[in-house]
Design a protein around this ligand. Sequence first.
Ligand code: TMP
Ligand code: ASP
Length: 264
Amino acid sequence: MDFLQPRLLRMNRRRRIYEGKAKILYEGPEPGTLIQHFKDDATAFNAKKHEVIEGKGVVNNRISEYLFSRLNEIGVPTHFVRRLNAREQLVREVEIIPLEVVVRNVAAGSLSTRLGIDEGTQLPRSIIEFYYKNDALNDPMVSEEHITAFGWAAPQELDDIMALAIRVNDFLSGLFLGVGIKLVDFKIECGRLWEGDNMRIVVADEISPDCCRLWDVKTNDKMDKDRFRKDLGGMIEAYTEVARRLGVIQENEKIGAGGPKLVK
Ligand code: TMP
Ligand code: ASP
């Protein structure tokens, strides 16, 4: 039966649509869907720093599933459909808007560096920033003027994006505070979801400790990717603790090496 092998292999091999630093997108089971696969790769500083953190993809898949499900429930539109397995989720195919939409509640990271505001300073109100997604340019910060002038998003779309970002911030701030975590800042990506002739802006990509700053309310301990950026160690332990507090993994559940490994 050897002659069957090549064809079987090809049938099992899904078409890879896109590979990013932390995720891969495959063609989904039906038109208009994709499979989002979470890798264990951790990168920072535009991928100049890179490590494989065993189990990170599994934990992020669970955390992102939980947060997107809650957002869907309260009527914040997202691309998320359902989790398929340890590392993969089914999502709706969207046209990604090439912006990193950052919302900040407390000064940290590039805001502290750029404006000389001490990390940990409560901001007078939540601040939204936009970065143009372009690795070659190092994701430069851009204004609404740039975004509309260069046509990355139309003025109405930008209004929708900002309204979504604020709703996500309000909801997630409360949700995390309920489990003893301060949502310092986070990044979302948005996409255009087409339904026939109608288009809506929805939250896409992922929401996980890779793209949020999460501090323990009592100790201010970092429970996010800053542990990796700043070489603090204990990254997977911190991500797992976030997942435990959200109730998405059980107290004694071992995540570590779970889920299918990516064969290169
Ligand atoms: P920053 O302080 O480095 O500008 O980051 C603000 C927040 O947004 C932080 O939680 C990390 C997240 N973020 C990403 O996940 N990816 C990015 O490319 C950028 C610029 C920020
Ligand atoms: N820009 C992201 C970070 O530094 C990831 C990366 O550049 O690889 O957090």
